[in-house]
Design a protein around this ligand. Structure first.
Ligand code: FA5
Length: 334
């Protein structure tokens, strides 16, 4: 009877397909109510002379079953591990998952281009604070409280400061902290109460300032000509029109020849052949006085350009608001 039981147990063990099934077999034979456990328990009911022999046989059988279970378990564990490894197997010949890599925003790209051009001409890049005080933003730039130009710029005020309305205060900060000769460009965000197809409430300007002895309009014109040709192409020309800024005298509005009609006149340039790109002029003597420079000794030129407007001209974009709409279809074009 024990022989039969042994064979049955060993057959079941060797046929177990996984560890869970093996565990069920173990419980069936060796568990609290298992076949062998019950047999052990019933030894007491046998006649006394039978007990030692049956006890020994049952013990032997128990050991054989335990050993077989242990060996089968090891084997099944190895097989299971193999199966898991197969699941992790990588087919290196499959094409990889393509990750989308972003790129610089068109405004950042144009800004970098502008900086590179001026740095190559010997200008240094400096930055100023976006939260400014009225003295740096207006007064020191020859724009006192009563000045009408202040209304046009009127902006976002904080308790005793304001969000700068242009990058020109960086002229003042630089002249106060450095001595001529000075050649700087200053990029950064500026803020105004504007919003339409050509005006944003937050936009980017690049200021330029060159101060030394004997600086003339010729230096200004040459510098801007080099900039425009490098930025838009060698065939483009510039023209200076008289204008007004409180902090420059004389002041100019600088136009670039239209790239679509080459100055002939077309809808893009409203049939004028020219597109306005920046404001510029010779530093006003009062500005020099405000920073403690002798206007009899030093002269200088300054300019300020809108980076979004330059980008609009370069990429022929009609609505400035497209730059801040964050529409991927637009941004992917660059
Ligand atoms: C100024 O801000 C002067 N500080 C520029 C300057 C500097 C003149 C140094 C002389 C010497 P203006 O307000 O024109 O000037 O602005 C300069 C440029 O910023 C404009 O030509 C235009 O390209 C751009 N701009 C002005 N307002 C906006 C706006 N709301 N959104 C986008 N670009 C603007």
């Amino acid at each position: 009877m024990f022989e039969e039981l042994k064979e049955k147990a060993l057959r079941e063990i060797s046929e177990a397909q996984d560890i869970a099934q093996l565990e069920r077999i173990r419980v069936n034979y060796l568990g609290r109510k298992g076949i062998l456990t019950e047999q052990m328990r019933s030894i007491g009911k046998l006649p006394p002379q039978e007990r030692p022999r049956v006890g020994q046989l049952l013990n032997e059988l128990k050991q054989i079953v335990e050993q077989a279970l242990e060996e089968r378990k090891k084997l099944l564990e190895i097989e299971e591990e193999k199966k898991n490894l197969q699941k992790l197997w990588v087919d290196v010949t499959l094409p990889g998952a393509i990750k989308k890599i972003g790129h610089l925003h068109p405004i950042s790209r144009v800004l970098e281009e502008i900086e590179t051009i001026f740095v190559s001409m010997g200008f240094k890049v400096v930055e100023g604070p976006e939260i400014e005080d009225a003295w740096h933003n207006f007064d020191a730039l020859n724009t006192p409280e009563w000045h009408p130009a202040r209304d046009m710029h009127d902006s976002f005020y904080l308790v005793d400061k304001l969000l700068r309305t242009h990058t020109s205060p960086v002229q003042i900060r630089t002249m106060l902290s450095e001595k001529p000769p000075i050649a700087i460009v200053s990029p950064g965000r500026v803020y105004r109460r504007d919003y339409d197809a050509t005006h944003l409430p937050m936009f980017t300007q690049v200021e330029g300032l060159y101060v030394d002895e004997n600086v003339s309009v010729a230096h200004l014109k040459y510098t801007l000509e080099v900039f425009v040709k490098r930025m838009f192409g060698p065939e483009r020309r510039i023209r200076l029109k008289p204008s007004y800024f409180p902090f420059t005298e004389p002041s100019f509005e600088v136009d670039v020849s239209c790239g679509i009609c080459n100055g002939e006149g077309c809808p893009s340039c409203k049939y004028t052949g020219w597109l306005e790109i920046l404001g510029a002029g010779m530093v006003h003597p009062n500005v020099f006085r405000n920073v403690g420079y002798d206007p009899e000794k030093y002269t200088g030129f300054a300019f300020g350009m809108g980076v979004e407007r330059i980008a609009m001209l370069k990429y022929r974009i009609k609505d400035i608001r497209d730059f801040v709409r964050n529409d991927e279809r637009f941004l992917e074009c660059f």
